[in-house]
Design a protein around this ligand. Structure first.
Ligand code: HEC
Ligand code: HEC
Length: 296
């Protein structure tokens, strides 16, 4: 640091540093040197940044960026990593594409590999509506029981997943519980009587000679089966059990009868591959089999 010649530099007796020689009313300024380590840190980081600009991707150029001499492209690296993973996955996922369910189910090693992945696929895509273990909830059917709207074999389930139910898919499965009250198909007294009969059916105490039973046979059995046994594969649920999509209280049954119901299951054809759909179909079929084995 230079200072005017007429100022004489002295050494400060306390710190041992020189002063700048400036003197403001007896206050003098120490000429403390800038710490070496900070200078070196600055020099090194600057040198590193120059090396990095040259070697690594650094400067944005509108939609692109400089690649650097090493030519690194992290997008490319991510894609390659994904492709490696996909190749490993294809080993066990590809066999599901042709949907020979009997052969697949017999391949114990393959199933052991695939079922945990199926559970993850279910958690990611289905659990939001059908529950973490497929037991459903209000408005969403239980997939882990032995009663089915459309059918619980893997072929039928795969088709349900592919086209959906009341979905925008051109081949969608279609079903609807008519609005007997709103559309004036049954008078309120009859609706009350048939609602009582449905409650009796679900508790196994139905009286076959009641007016409700006659109304049921005339208006409901075509879709829900004789005595509400269901299983016709046309999308209408079993009514002769104590499991409900919309609720088994007298109130919710009356609402169903007055207003009708039409649940929507999305189509998965665009979102999952054929192999993934078949994998999930086997997984869901097994959920139901476990229940059937337990004898409901
Ligand atoms: C947006 C909510 C929603 C999602 C997500 C959803 N579902 Fe559904 N699913 C439904 C509804 C609602 C029904 C019943 C439609 C009806 O009432 O007719 C249904 C019905 C079904 C059925 C028919 C059951 C039977 O008894 O025949 C199967 C099988 C099924 N879903 C499986 C799945 C699988 C597997 C997934 C994940 C890939 C999935 N669902 C995702 C809402 C959903
Ligand atoms: C055209 C066929 C059809 C007829 C006729 C019909 N239903 Fe339904 N019903 C359905 C379908 C399909 C569903 C399921 C709707 C859904 O899940 O969105 C259903 C659902 C129900 C439910 C709800 C079950 C639950 O688990 O929450 C009840 C209760 C019911 N129907 C009672 C009746 C009664 C009583 C009659 C006669 C008065 C009747 N249905 C006539 C097709 C029919």
């Amino acid at each position: 640091m230079s200072h005017p010649p007429h100022h004489k530099a002295e050494t400060d007796p306390v710190t041992g540093y020189e002063t700048t020689g400036h003197d403001w009313n007896g206050i003098r300024e120490l000429n403390t040197p800038f710490p070496r380590i900070v200078i070196w840190a600055l020099v090194l980081t600057f040198a590193y940044s120059v090396v990095a600009w040259v070697l690594l991707p650094a400067w944005p150029l509108g939609r692109d960026y400089t690649r650097g001499l090493l030519g690194l492209d992290q997008g490319d690296m991510a894609v390659k990593g994904y492709q490696r993973l996909a190749a490993v996955r294809a080993d066990w996922l590809d066999p599901f594409a042709d949907g020979d369910f009997a052969a697949l189910a017999d391949d114990a090693a393959l199933m052991a590999r695939a079922m945990p992945a199926a559970a993850r696929l279910f958690a990611d895509n289905c659990a939001a509506c059908h529950g973490a273990v497929g037991t459903g909830g209000p408005g969403f059917p239980d997939l882990a029981d032995a009663a089915w709207l459309w059918g619980g074999d893997p072929d039928t389930i795969a088709e349900t997943l592919r086209v959906g139910i009341n979905s925008p898919h051109p081949d969608t499965r279609m079903s609807q519980m008519p609005a007997f009250g709103r559309d004036g198909m049954l008078p309120p007294d009859d609706i009350a009587a048939v609602a009582d009969h449905v409650m009796a059916l679900s508790s196994g105490k139905a009286d076959a000679d009641s007016p409700g039973a006659t109304l049921f046979a005339d208006n409901c059995a075509a879709c829900h089966g004789e005595g509400g046994a269901g299983g016709l594969g046309i999308g209408a649920p079993v009514l002769a059990d104590d499991r409900w999509i919309y609720g088994g209280s007298r109130e919710s049954i009356l609402t169903t009868l007055k207003e009708g119901r039409q649940g929507v299951m999305p189509t998965w054809e665009d979102r999952l591959s054929a192999a993934e759909i078949n994998l999930l179909a086997l997984y869901v079929a097994r959920l139901g089999e476990a229940d059937a084995g337990a004898g409901q």
